[in-house]
Ligand binder design. Structure first.
Ligand code: G3P
Length: 214
């Protein structure tokens, strides 16, 4: 499963990149706004060292302007993926990007039917938001299983990029359910390492190692 960070924080991105585990980055307008920096500047900086897919979201809601914005974003670097909301105008824009060979990430997906439409449009990635579904009383993880089954039924190559991931159980479950990629905040990445038995086991090894000669 490819591991993406859902952030525009350069320091966080560098930590995971330097560890050798980073496959790509996802951003959205809220994440970029949090950085307090100019949108295109942040994307450019991320792409200066992240060579995997970097999702940058269009701000418009009509296909014509989405295409214009998307072409500008795509010109920043060859690994920029144009993130487009799952609305009819967005799907129109995805069809156009697909015909031009530009990669897309269709975002704000909350149903399997929406995911099917994105795949038909030729989306490179579909982003089901599992945490936000859980927040309103639906089963976000079930959506991952449904999309996996439908995409496999028809051989769609659109990659399932599980998003809105809140904790390590989400991470494990999307892997079990066959998501191609997952995007996580840095805080969740740190949690993946944690287990009290790892910490206590290591403390004991360190203590006993003092009795050893190399
Ligand atoms: O980037 C999209 C998605 O991962 C947002 O997550 O936590 O705002 O629901 P969240």
């Amino acid at each position: 499963m490819n591991l993406f960070l859902d952030t525009a924080d350069i320091a966080e991105i560098k930590k995971v990149h330097e560890m050798g585990l980073l496959d790509g980055i996802t951003t959205n307008p809220s994440i970029i706004a949090k950085s307090g920096r100019k949108f295109t500047e942040v994307i450019k900086e991320i792409c200066s060292f992240v060579k995997g897919p970097v999702s940058a979201e269009v701000l418009a809601t009509d296909a014509k302007t989405m295409i214009k914005e998307g072409l500008e974003l795509a010109a920043i670097a060859e690994n920029v993926v144009i993130k487009v909301p799952l609305i009819p105008e967005g799907i129109k824009a995805v069809v156009e990007f697909t015909s031009k060979g530009i990669s897309t990430n269709v975002t704000l997906c909350f149903t399997a039917n929406q995911a099917l439409l994105a795949a038909k449009a030729g989306a490179t990635f579909i982003s089901p938001f599992i945490g936000r579904l859980d927040d309103v009383g639906y089963d976000g993880l079930e959506l991952i299983s449904e999309i996996r089954e439908i995409y496999d039924n028809y051989g769609y190559e659109t990659q399932i990029l599980a998003a809105s991931v809140r904790h390590p159980i989400h991470f494990k479950e999307v892997a079990l359910r066959g998501a191609d990629c997952v995007t996580i905040p840095y805080g969740v990445f740190e949690m993946l390492f944690k287990h009290p038995l790892t910490d206590s086991g290591l403390a004991k090894f360190i203590e006993d190692s003092k009795k050893l000669t190399w």
